[in-house]
Design a protein around this ligand. Structure first.
Ligand code: LRH
Ligand code: MN
Length: 432
């Protein structure tokens, strides 16, 4: 298969050509439909064009589960190759200008060189992610029984030092935030003192917080369970919010959609964190049972819409301290990671556009009149409107691809990297 670089603007323009006429017809039709409801389609398209979400560096490799991993073709072997793939996603969607790195998975001797490479590819660096949920070769103290909340002071100090190293690396990369997720917790009742574990966590986080540059944010990521199966130190948004408030104004709560029990009302959590002025950002993905890390909008698109509905309400209300960082956090076990990340970024744009076209005046009237059915119908009409022409038009106007997956497949990129990157055959378990 001939290779035509999918990041090349001419190749993207050529790929768009056959779609241009259909797109403008569909866009005009939707524009008429929305105009009848008092919505200016170009305003929505501009908002979608400005929407951006960060790519998780660990998402461009093939993921796995504890039962196994089935390596894909042409997997990136280091952070530089990961950036190459992230650039394909950004060029074709126009929506993913930053990459969120994970240390030490992406550790490299020269972060300045990495920053330059990113810049050459049109990429910046979003929140850094620390890792004290795995032991590294030669590590002095094991994280088997925890890290920031470990009963042993030397292990906590080691974990604190690692997080400060991540901040140092991020400063060189131009990042402005550190995301801290710890798997710390217990598998059995009695194993840990639930209160003291939280206090040890806070004591460690105070030292990390003190190392933050003034213009940085600290994102605390809660998770109900896994790898701890009875109690997790930062198990829910309540624990995360308590910690953020105790740490200081630079500490915020990060909502990973997969980190909640099935049927938890995540949009309600978002509304509360907006009220508390501590909504730091998101790890978007989808799930049916546990932390499945499936593609965003693939299982519960209505729930994703309801989350963006809360974000639009906050935007319109000019909520104070409201600047959520959007990131994807997914594990691609059976799809091409580039295709999954492109379609997931677009599903976030879809939920945002659907929330933006909701007739908020009508919705407010029905709510104040307690006309329950019409209020629910008015909100749902946003979700049931096919906004695909807006999403494609936003891409086309930015020089991105009208049909990103089609353009990507036609480029032969996967086959090309398959030849350039001899496969790494580690069939073991684990997400990467
Ligand atoms: C934990 C998590 C966290 C990352 C990891 C890769 O489940 O969501 O955000 O560090 O996945
Ligand atoms: Mn996450």
């Amino acid at each position: 298969m001939a290779f035509a670089d999918p990041r090349d603007a001419n190749n993207i323009a050529a790929a768009n050509e056959p779609h241009a006429a259909t797109l403008s017809a569909d866009y005009a039709h939707l524009g008429d439909q929305l105009a009848r409801a008092g919505v200016k389609i170009d305003e929505i398209t501009r908002a979608i064009a400005d929407f951006k979400v960060a790519i998780p560096s660990w998402g461009v490799g093939t993921g796995g589960t504890r039962f196994g991993r089935f390596p894909g073709v042409g997997e990136p072997r280091n952070v530089f190759e990961k950036l190459e793939d992230c650039a394909v996603i950004h060029k074709l969607t126009g929506a993913t200008p930053t990459v969120s790195l994970h240390i030490p998975w992406d550790a490299t001797p020269d972060y300045k060189e990495l920053r330059e490479r990113g810049a050459n590819l049109g990429l910046g660096f979003d929140a850094m992610n620390s890792n004290t949920f795995q032991d590294q070769a030669g590590q002095k103290h094991s994280y088997k029984f925890g890290s920031l909340s470990h009963t042993d002071a030397a292990t906590r100090a080691q974990a604190v030092a690692h997080n400060i190293d991540c901040i140092e690396a991020g400063i060189q990369l131009g990042s402005k935030a550190l995301t801290v997720w710890v798997g710390d917790g217990a598998n059995f009742p009695g194993q840990s003192h639930l209160g003291r574990a939280f206090e040890r966590y806070l004591e460690s986080q105070r030292q990390i917080y003190a190392a933050l540059p003034d213009d940085w944010r600290l994102f605390l990521e809660h998770k109900m369970y896994e790898p701890s199966f009875y109690a997790t130190v930062i198990q829910d948004w309540g624990s995360s919010l308590m910690a953020a408030k105790e740490l200081g104004p630079k500490a915020f709560c990060l909502v990973d959609l997969g980190h909640h029990a099935p049927n938890v009302n995540i949009e309600m959590i978002v509304a509360r964190l907006v009220h508390a002025q501590r909504l730091g950002g998101f790890h978007f993905n989808d799930s049916k049972y546990g932390d499945d890390d499936l593609d965003a909008g693939s299982i519960e698109p209505f729930r994703l819409f309801l989350v963006f509905n809360e974000l639009v309400e906050a935007e319109l209300a000019h909520a104070p301290n409201f600047d959520p960082a959007h990131m994807l956090d997914q594990s691609h076990n059976v799809t091409d990671p580039i295709e999954s990340l492109m379609t997931s970024a677009i599903e976030l744009q879809r939920a945002y556009a659907q929330a933006l076209i909701v007739d908020r005046l009508k919705l407010h009237e029905y709510r104040m009149a307690n006309d329950v059915l019409m209020a629910a119908q008015t909100l749902k009409r946003g979700f049931t409107t096919d906004v695909s022409p807006i999403l494609a038009q936003a891409r086309a106007r930015k020089g991105a691809a009208i049909d990103p997956v089609g353009a990507y497949r036609a480029s032969g990129y996967r086959q090309k990297v398959g030849m350039d990157r001899p496969g790494k055959q580690n069939l073991g378990g684990g997400i990467i």
